[in-house]
Design a protein around this ligand. Structure first.
Ligand code: RB5
Length: 151
């Protein structure tokens, strides 16, 4: 089950992505928004990031105007690795190197066809592990030490 949410700035692209993912047979839970009234992106970031943080969901997608606000908010949740991506390379790396469990996209900056290709690269990609896992473990340590670096 893939969670997805947006604010008003990401609504149009979110709808396109929901259709794209469902046509590919992927089960998607759309957590809003469903109208273009102005809302506050942290509220919608939390709808996706909180269940991922507490491990009741595995991964999700967030869309706002630029992707910046959603990525800042989602990364406040322990265990969430939200990656704001801009092109196919960064989307692929978000999976292969960062094992991002939240992909963040800017609805006002991305061509929709490109955004669909980016989502597919991230969703279908394989995490490489190895040296990258050492780095993810260090992020976990930072969370556990309340961001006091032991290095
Ligand atoms: C909303 O106008 C806009 O600020 C929001 O969608 C996002 O771009 C914030 O980072």
């Amino acid at each position: 089950m893939l969670l997805i949410a947006s604010d008003h700035g990401g609504l149009e692209l979110k709808q396109i992505l929901v259709d794209f993912l469902r046509k590919r047979g992927i089960e998607v839970k759309d957590l809003g928004v469903s109208a273009d009234d102005s809302v506050d992106y942290p509220d919608y970031a939390a709808l996706v990031a909180e269940p991922i943080s507490n491990k009741t969901a595995e991964q999700g997608i967030l869309v706002c105007g630029t992707g910046i606000g959603m990525s800042i908010a989602a990364n406040k949740f322990p265990g969430v690795r939200a990656a704001l991506v801009h092109d196919e390379f960064t989307a692929q790396m978000a999976r292969e190197h960062n094992n991002a469990n939240v992909l963040v996209l800017g609805g006002r900056v991305l061509d929709p066809d490109l955004a669909c290709r980016m989502v597919a690269l991230w969703y279908d990609g394989d995490y490489e592990g190895g040296r990258h896992q050492n780095r993810l473990n260090k992020i976990i340590q930072l969370e556990e030490n309340n961001c006091v670096s032991k290095a």
